[in-house]
Write a protein that binds this ligand. Structure first.
Ligand code: NAP
Length: 259
């Protein structure tokens, strides 16, 4: 199916690997030109070159921390306009909430709530004026089913989710949609890192720790970045103009509820 977005411009934040890269690749495959971003420059440049060559689209790489105003401005200025915005950043660290300082909370809220809001603020009116816009926020299944050790993530991402619920109803009239994608367990560096920490804590091998996590997933496996990217591309498609304000859980069936 042609998603009807060939030639559009997307800013995909935090996209040198993992879920962000999956989204960037799926959009590039649809003919979307990209601004890609991550802090580490060598890998970012390598992936930007690869996607440009593989899909024949224009890709600009903007290296730096997307939670800073300077890098956000640089990323926004790298495209003639932003038609599609994929908000993403590293997730906050796990831990007991008693050990988190005010600064830890501010960092988490900055990365997982305020940075997306700033980028939406900078791009929304242009999207409305052009009568086309798609915003997808990568959040987490922790928004729907909080994970006790991820207090920072539970809190900060829920704040973004509440904000989006209100805003997304105000933009749909202009063919500008805003949705959230909630990953369950996806096989990325981030997940491997948490499995490694869990394995050390439980005194088992990483393979064993991974198996125990997978046991809670009806699909019997972790998700992969490609299938996550495909869902993102659909939400950015011309065909998805009637879908807004939604929270899409992609978790292999791990959440046990009816809704
Ligand atoms: P990942 O594989 O570790 O990739 C993270 C990407 O973000 C990298 O490209 C990284 O590059 C970039 N990045 C991190 N912080 C950044 C910043 N401040 N500014 C710019 N780029 C930044 O992680 P992932 O698994 O794709 O996770 C993406 C998001 O989904 C995270 O917020 C994570 O918490 C959330 N999530 C993931 C899962 C999962 O199972 N994987 C589940 C639920 C939620 P640099 O390090 O070079 O900047």
């Amino acid at each position: 199916m042609d998603l009807g977005i060939k030639g559009r411009w997307a800013l995909v934040c935090a996209s040198s690997k993992g879920l962000g890269l999956g989204c960037a690749a799926s959009l590039a495959a649809e003919g979307v030109n990209l601004v890609m971003n991550a802090r580490g420059e060598p890998l970012l440049n390598e992936e930007a070159k690869r996607l440009a060559a593989e899909y024949g689209v224009t890709v600009h790489a903007v290296a730096g921390d997307i939670t800073t105003e300077a890098i956000r401005q640089k990323a926004l200025a790298a495209a003639p306009q932003i038609d599609i915005l994929i908000n993403n950043a590293g997730g906050p660290p796990p831990g007991d909430f008693r050990n988190f300082s005010r600064d830890d909370w501010i960092k988490a809220v900055d990365a997982n709530m305020l940075t997306p809001i700033e980028l939406i603020k900078a791009t929304l009116d242009g999207m409305i004026a052009r009568q086309f816009g798609r915003v997808v926020n990568i959040t987490s299944s922790a928004v729907k089913a909080p994970i006790d050790v991820l207090a920072l993530s539970n809190g900060a991402r829920s704040g973004l989710t509440g904000f989006i619920a209100g805003l997304s109803r105000k933009t749909a009239l202009h063919n500008v949609t805003i949705n959230n994608l909630l990953p369950g367990m996806f096989d990325t560096d981030r997940l491997r890192g948490t499995i490694k920490a869990a394995a050390a804590q439980m005194g088992v091998s990483e393979d064993e720790a991974a198996k125990r996590r997978m046991a809670g997933v009806p699909a019997g496996r972790f998700g992969n970045a490609h299938e996550f990217g495909q869902a993102c591309a659909y939400l950015c498609s011309a065909q998805a103009s009637y879908v807004t304000g939604q929270n899409f859980l992609i978790d292999g069936g791990a959440f046990p509820g009816t809704f």
